[in-house]
Ligand binder design. Sequence first.
Ligand code: E4P
Length: 214
Amino acid sequence: MKFFIDTADMNEIREANSRGWVDGVTTNPTLIAKSGRRLNDVILEICKEVKGPVSAEVVSLKADEMYAEGVALAKLHDNIVVKVPMCEEGMVAVKRFSKEGIKTNVTLIFSPLQALLAAKAGATMASPFVGRLDDISTEGMGLISQIRQIYDNYNFKTEVLVASVRHPIHVLESAMMGADIMTAPLKVFKQMVNHPLTDAGIQTFLKDWEKVPK
Ligand code: E4P
């Protein structure tokens, strides 16, 4: 299973990457805005730091404009994946990108049928947003097992990228369900590291070590 970090903050990316946790990066317009920097500058810096796919999102809502934006983004670096929102115009753009070998990540997926349509259009990755579903009292992870089953039934190559991950249980269930990728903020990676028995174990070993003759 691949782990992506969901941020445009270079300090967070460097920190996670130095620990070997980062197979790729996802960004979105909100995360780019938070960075306070220009899209191209951040994306290029991320591509220099991380050796893996980096999703950069288009903001046009018309297929031709999405296509033009995506081509410009893809030209920045070989690892760029053009992130396209799930909508009819988006699917036109995805089909075109796919024909030309430009990688895509269809974002804002909230139903299994949207994921099926994204795969049929030729998406490289599909991003179901589990946390935002949980937020409206709809069980987000159920969507992941539905998409996994549909893609396996028909042998779609589109990768299931679990997005809007809010806590370690989302990651655990994604792994159990066979999701290809999950993307999470740094906070979730840190929560995954910690276990109270590990902390207690380290303290005991250190204490006992003091008794060892030196
Ligand atoms: C994924 O690519 C998105 O950027 C992200 O996971 C959205 O997460 P949020 O619902 O926490 O904003």
